[in-house]
Design a protein around this ligand. Sequence first.
Ligand SMILES: [Zn+2]
Length: 273
Amino acid sequence: MQQVLFILLFIPVVVSYHSTDELLDKIKEECDVVTELSCRMEGDILIIDWKKNQPKDVVWAFNEHARERITAELALEMIQSLKKVNPSMRITIIPVVNVWGRKQVDNGNRCLRKNKNGVDTNRNYPQKVRHHYAKFSEEYEGKHPFSEPETRLIRSILQGANQYINVHSGEFSLYMPWDSVDMRPPFYEKQKKKLKLLSRFCPQCTVGPAAIKSLYKAYGSSVDYATTQGIEAYTFEIYGSDTYDCKRMFNPPNRYKKRIIDQWKKIIFASLD
Ligand SMILES: [Zn+2]
């Protein structure tokens, strides 16, 4: 008996992934007890505001692609850390953009990326360069820009914002725009300086303009759209593993989860300086 107790006491705490409902409930609980946090729903999407009475400033979006569940886990922990970190500016957070999709993944559809309408919402913004993706492709852009409720919501939240981070997984990267053209963004020098500072916390990260540094171009992304609106925008890719298994490719195993979350909590909070 004593031996069993000993083992139970010394097993390291391994925190597993939350179902989407559990995760959103935990965030709502936080809104109930922290006065500076407020929660509101827009359809099935939960939107959090930190210091809502301040002017619009920073926007963070997570889990736009259904299978990238780790990104919502990061959102939860960041929201729980806000009272301790106590940033002075308003921060608007969408912890799960693709709520329907993440629930599908919870239930075993582990490779799902697109939304309920079969659209990759991160291709559903106005395109800088015209490009059509096939309907069955993982990057189908939808019938027309802003045809999807998720993108219309993000468009309205971005209005008047100064900084935007869209958080994804599948690789380790700190990207600035553009996603679709091999060009430097309008705030290149400022963004380059910021990414250089942040990259100290991510030695394994690819750093720089996404289309130039990555091996692909993304047409109609929210970061390119935000950039055209004068917003300093970034895509952070927080984890990736070289495998064809969707669960493991986009999400760290339980034993690495805390390490990844702590690493990116530090990076994203440091981006506020
Ligand atoms: Zn993604």
